[in-house]
Design a protein. Sequence first.
Lengths: 322, 292
Amino acid sequence: MSALRSIAGAVGAHPVLAFWVFFAFFPFLVPNRSLATQVLIFGLFALGFNLLYGYTGLLSFGHAAYYGLGAYGTGIALAKLHVGSLWAGLGAGLLLSAAGGAVIGFFCLRRRGIYFAMLTLAFAQLLYFTGFHLADWTGGDDGLRGIPQLTLGLGPWKYSIETTLGFYYFSYVLVGLAVAMLKRILDSPFGAVLQAIRENGSRAVACGYDVNRVKHLSFVFSACFAGLAGALDALRLTVVPIESLYWTTSGQVVMMTLLGGAGTFFGPFVGAATYLILEERLSLFTESWPIVIGAIFSAFVLFLPKGIWGTLTGGIHGRQSA
Amino acid sequence: MPDLSTLLAQVFTGLVLGMIYVLLAIGLSLIFGLMTVVNFAHGALFMLGAYFGVFLLTYTKSFWVALIVAPLMVGALGLLMERFLIRRLYGRSPDDPLLLTFGLSLILVEGVKVIWGKIGLTLDPPRALAGAVDLGFMAFPAYRLFLVVVIVAVLVGLYLFLGRTNIGLIIRAGSRDPLMVRALGIDLSRIWLLVFGLGTALAGLAGILAGPMRGAYAEMGVTMVIESFVVIVVGGMGSLLGAVVAGLLIGQVVGLTTLFVPKLAEIMVFVVMAVVLLVRPSGLFGEAGLLE
């Protein structure tokens, strides 16, 4: 335990470097490589959720909305509008999720506290039903199919994302940049205000911060991370299932983040890996694996609210750690 | 344009749906008002009400027994949930009970699939209520009329209970100022237990009442609980009058959009919510800042 803690401490001191080193070898440490990519993508999704919940103290039960908007934005740009460039496709997904975050965030932030969670959930359902009925654009119930895995061109360089490892390292670079970006956000004065709001909102107001604007900005950033994750997942699967927008997807990211440790830098990745490995192993034995995950999650809420990573690092830094 | 009798029939259908929303929203609102717990498992308990109804109907052959006992079984489960799980989270962030009940609802929904299978079950209304009643201007299924009457009776009973009894007084005082109520020497933890049991029993009642119309299936509660959240946001959290008005309003919105633009039926619910948020952020009957 103490050895684990000191490793966790070292990782906490240089989280971005730790990400680059660890995930460079990650596909060779897990039983199958597509799982490694899933951990990266869902880790990024949870990272975005965690910015809002773990660092700003706002519980969103509707993050499927931004994940789904990212996925559909990229999918529609590539499969329906045939933009012909992977970068343009990713950009479309990011833009759509940012816009969605800005609009929905505006509405949800009109209510505080527990209402916020219910509103985020309600607006995500609104998008789900909208996506369901706009079948010409989204494929409706069948999902959006036929997203091409275009070859990447960076000047004279060509890079194919059609192989599993090729796709993994493509995601690795993008997720790594997102991780570095998040670290930058959290270390900035803006990041300090976020955490001040989480600790004591009224005091942050009293200090003269425009708390609602800061929360809104955090909401949009969070939506962008979730959107990038959705966009990457659309490219990985080459389809966007309608479930991307469903409340179960929102629930998944909540569970991943809390299992790993909300408010910790690496918790989301730890949680995503734990959840996905559990799902993969359990589904070999029983169809009813959600019961087991639900029970584990409930037990974590009751007895281990800091999550796996938060408990490991908790002895050193407390809640704001690593 | 649909003719008048179709329109009236749809208004009545909306009324029936609205009544179910009211019952769910009142249970949620009572629990929330008193202990700031948002019970995500409310939808799962609604679903369990319908399943317990099917189960009891199979063994007792009596709808009336099922109608009384199924809500009691759901309420008993609610008591256990509060006493052994949710109670541990008082004093922590109000997000934590929401997260816990989310986990519990996952267990309940999947558990039902293990016990009763993945395919939905049907729940027959009693023979006495199988036909239609002639209302003069149109015929309406007798069971739906019965449902409206039962729910109105329950609401009146609840109103009298909260307004005219000592326990009701304590419940109302407890949701205003729990500290003061405790300072007066009242053991609020027993009241919490009672209210959680009552609120969940109302969810169970809504479930068995809805059963003969939509059957029982594992996912039936999920969309209902989300729409009940919308009802609460529209009506104003903690306001029972708000829950009634907003529940009926949302029922009409769904009923009438289904008639005119079926594709927009699910979406309109959330549009109404967005409009209320813009115009009256604290809900139609909510007090600004209450329990935020």
